[in-house]
Design a protein around this ligand. Structure first.
Ligand SMILES: *Cc1c(COP(=O)(O)O)cnc(C)c1O
Length: 381
């Protein structure tokens, strides 16, 4: 049985009868760049998140950058984020002209550690950019309180957290801006690239709409220097169609995670993901941790099981950051997770049988690894 890491085709088969006419509608209306289908999706996504506005753009990376630009975060400003994220979080800070400052993450959730956040604040700090990693939100009550105390913006990187909650409140709605990616493999994925920023701030929403359209509020009259960051019409129609299924798909992911948790609970050497008490998780990723990560990955691949690593190199140790002043050892929790994390197949269309097969393979591997056993006892305390 071959089990891919991700199976976008299975999802398309399930929604084909809705998606095909939705795309055809855009072609019939020739509403290709921005336009009514994008506007409709913006209304629907804002309503879903529970915010006043959603501003659709052409990627999650753009969403992060345009939120910073819209808030006026730029040269001379420091933005605090975490090193165990996809590079886009940090690219956006740098493209806005600001300076990224990293803090380490909590052992369990691997999300921003509020205690370390507090210590990293300087007079130059303007914003905090927590990342809701793997579909689980960061500790937003603590982060929000620190931001209030110091008068800082909070911009959530919710690219992996469509529909996730913290104490029942949705991702994207805790900060001044919540940034989403609709990259095809995300919980809500376009048929191409896409992103959005949600906010309750009318002024910020208006500024982002102008920036994403060449700085113009009227065609060919440019008030500020902007960019072309518009969403395609086809993506708007696809996302409207898929948004209707998002809660069901997230519920399926939760069911799968529960089955994984049960089947992996007593496997020596394997640490299943930690779910915080405040968390409504959407399991964008199902991450396990073990010391023999690379060998398990190789073993699973040989068994026809796809898996991934999120992420093999923390941002502060990337070659692109070699002149940033950061070095190995600066963020031990993030660095250890980069060595130990393995992402198992996770998508709504997985069958119980497939999950059982994955866990059987993990169990076979663990059973043959004597050294993995002793290590797991040590790291479980
Ligand atoms: C996917 C992702 C992004 C970037 O989104 P794109 O749509 O690919 O530009 C940013 N941050 C995180 C945490 C992501 O997972």
């Amino acid at each position: 049985m071959n089990i891919p890491f991700l199976d976008l085709h299975a999802q398309y088969e399930f929604i084909r009868d809705e998606i095909n006419p939705a795309i055809q509608q855009v072609i019939d209306a020739t509403a290709f760049a921005g336009g009514s289908f994008v506007e409709q999706f913006e209304h629907e996504f804002a309503a879903y998140c529970g915010t006043r506005h959603a501003v659709a753009v052409n990627s999650g990376t753009t969403a992060l950058w345009i939120a910073l630009a819209g808030l006026g975060v730029g040269p001379g400003d420091e933005v605090i984020t975490v090193p165990n994220t996809f590079i886009a979080t940090v690219e956006a800070i740098i493209f806005a002209g600001a300076t990224p400052v990293f803090v380490d993450v909590e052992e369990g959730t691997l999300n921003m550690d509020p205690a370390q956040l507090e210590r990293a604040i300087t007079p130059a700090t303007r914003a905090i950019m927590p990342v809701h990693l793997y579909g689980q939100m960061a500790n937003m009550p603590a982060i929000h309180r620190i931001a209030e105390e110091h008068g800082l913006y909070v911009i959530e990187d919710a690219a992996q957290a469509h529909g996730a909650t913290c104490n029942g409140q949705r991702a994207g709605t805790w900060g001044h801006a919540g940034c989403f990616s609709f990259y095809p493999g995300k919980n809500l994925g376009a048929y191409g690239e896409g992103g959005a920023v949600v906010t309750n701030d009318d002024g910020l929403a208006a500024r982002m709409r102008v920036i994403r359209d060449h700085g113009q509020s009227r065609k060919y009259y440019h008030d500020v220097i902007g960019w072309n960051a518009r969403m395609d019409g086809i993506q708007g129609a696809v996302l409207s169609t898929k948004l209707r299924h998002l809660d069901d798909w997230n519920a399926e992911r939760n069911r799968h995670a529960q089955l994984y948790d049960e089947l992996l609970e007593d496997v020596e050497g394997i640490l299943p993901p930690v779910k915080a008490a405040y968390s409504g998780h959407v399991y964008h990723i199902y991450p396990i941790r073990l010391t023999e990560r690379d060998r398990l990955m190789q073993f699973l691949n040989q068994e026809g099981i796809g898996c991934g690593i999120h992420y093999p190199v923390p941002v502060h140790l990337q070659k692109a950051f070699r002149n940033s002043g950061y070095q190995e050892g600066d963020f031990p929790v993030a660095e250890l997770s980069a060595l130990q994390e393995l992402s198992l197949p996770m998508y709504a269309e997985l069958s119980d049988e497939q999950i059982q097969r994955v866990c059987e393979a993990v169990r076979d591997f663990a059973g043959s690894q004597l050294d993995a056993r002793s290590i797991s006892r040590a790291s479980r305390g």
